[in-house]
Design a protein around this ligand. Sequence first.
Ligand SMILES: C[S@@+](CC[C@H](N)C(=O)[O-])C[C@H]1O[C@@H](n2cnc3c(N)ncnc32)[C@H](O)[C@@H]1O
Length: 281
Amino acid sequence: MNIYNAIKEGSKVLKENNIKFSDLDCEILLAKVLKKKRKYLILNLDKPLNRKNLEIYKNLVKQRSNGKPVAYLTKKKDFWNSEFIIEEGTLIPRPDTEVLVEATLELFKNKEYANILDVGVGSGCIILSILKEKPHFYGKGIDISHKSVGLSELNAKKLSLENRVRFIKTDVDNFCNGKYDLVVSNPPYINSAKINYLEKDVKSFEPKLALDGGLDGTFKTLKIIKKASTLLKSNGKLILEIGYDQKFRITSLLKKNGFYINNIIKDYAKNDRCVISTKIN
Ligand SMILES: C[S@@+](CC[C@H](N)C(=O)[O-])C[C@H]1O[C@@H](n2cnc3c(N)ncnc32)[C@H](O)[C@@H]1O
């Protein structure tokens, strides 16, 4: 079978299983099997696949048709300006979260040094993207998940940033180390009752620990706000990702805990996604 037919047949299987971007997903999976860029596939549609590669590819298509996300199959995901290693058990970075990186870089554009804490670091995508852009910034990333801490360490090495960041496995409640110019976080913020209504790719494959924000979705965010108020330097910034419908609840919690709201930024789909605030005093 040649590349063209493999993509066509794979895509048919995915479509039958209601996978949205079936052609694109098959191209990405086949490119992974052949260890080539997608461009190579398009330029070599007539090339035959050997039996071994075809078997590996069919197996990946089967897993994708069951809903497993492409990033868990390819074990990588582009975020901001870098490619991150991805493993099951850790949240796949979302394009919406790039808004937090962009906001941080804008806010700190005239600052040469800053000490940053990323709470719920996951793959390390937020703090590592910031450190990559700001060569004299340094910081820590914490996560309650052992897997996430290990993956962040791997990504830090891949991006040659391991000398400017440390990752610690801890519950945010128990962390009380250092003083920071910025606390940044994409907390679990989905309402527990809504998790079962998420897309199958998300609810069946991504870790609940990374999604579940308790009864009204703000349980973990409140913990982070309280912790940030003790760990931030005076006038330090807290940058939080929020659910599309959480603007009023989160800004109210921030104000109650001694923060001034600087700005609320929308994501690419024009939903409120990121709150920038300053610790007053
Ligand atoms: C929404 S994910 C964000 C991951 C990554 N920062 C990103 O944006 O892709 C939330 C992360 O918070 C971590 N987490 C959940 N509860 C926590 C807690 N009590 N203390 C520290 N980390 C926690 C989860 O393990 C998960 O990695």
